[in-house]
Design a protein around this ligand. Structure first.
Ligand code: GTP
Ligand code: MG
Length: 184
């Protein structure tokens, strides 16, 4: 595995447990570097933050669901996370829409990040095929979010990956994720 020091550009991948953060990091890195999968004990798969420097020098930081919650896990609280993040670091928030709606927990997360005056990018993972074709995402964001994301990426749900461990996105989706992040 790669070195664990900070490089110039640092991308934090954040979101609730199971959203697909580690899978997205692996897609960017092009290999199943971080464990991913089904939680059989109700707890997150990624137990603590893990960072890797990709070949191009970008540090990818895979976070845990706990990083965005209060100490007792009762409310979304991004204070601990934003304390670590430097001005030039980038934040990707990974969310999963439910029937075209942003889940209230994701709504709280995004709006808390915005309140900390952080710019953010959004990945809508596991988006249903019909929703990806029908939803007006810009309209949904404008309605729900205090500030639009700098950019967003829709990934259509790949049913073969559901509930499986250490799966990788298709080559096409991996490429999309790489191009999305490399534009930051
Ligand atoms: N169907 C489908 N499953 C996905 C997709 N992306 C990720 N998954 C699955 O979702 C599960 C959770 O993915 P992870 O990447 O481990 O999620 P995480 O956000 O890192 O979760 P924690 O480490 O617990 O915080 C795994 O079984 C993945 O295979 C997707 O686009 N479609
Ligand atoms: Mg994870």
């Amino acid at each position: 595995m790669a070195e664990e020091i900070k490089s110039a550009k640092c991308v934090y991948v954040i979101g609730h447990s199971g959203a697909g953060k580690s899978t997205i990091c692996n897609a960017y890195l092009g290999s199943a570097t971080f464990p991913t999968g089904l939680s059989s004990d109700g707890k997150g798969i990624t137990k603590e933050e893990q960072r890797v420097i990709a070949k191009n020098g970008i540090t990818i930081v895979d976070t845990t669901g706990d990083d965005i919650m209060s100490k007792d896990n009762s409310i979304v609280d991004v204070t601990n996370l934003t304390r670590k993040i430097r001005k030039d670091d980038k934040i990707i928030i990974v969310i999963v829409l439910r029937i075209g709606r942003i889940h209230p927990d994701d709504n709280d997360l995004i709006n808390d990040i915005i309140k900390k005056e952080c710019q953010y990018y959004l990945i809508l993972n596991k988006t249903g095929r019909i929703a990806s074709a029908k939803c007006d995402f810009e309209k949904i964001f404008k309605l729900e979010l205090l500030q639009m994301p700098s950019d967003f990426l829709i990934i259509v749900e790949d049913y073969d990956m559901s509930d499986r461990d250490n799966t990788m996105f298709s080559d096409e989706d991996q490429l999309k994720i790489r191009e999305f992040i490399d534009k930051f």
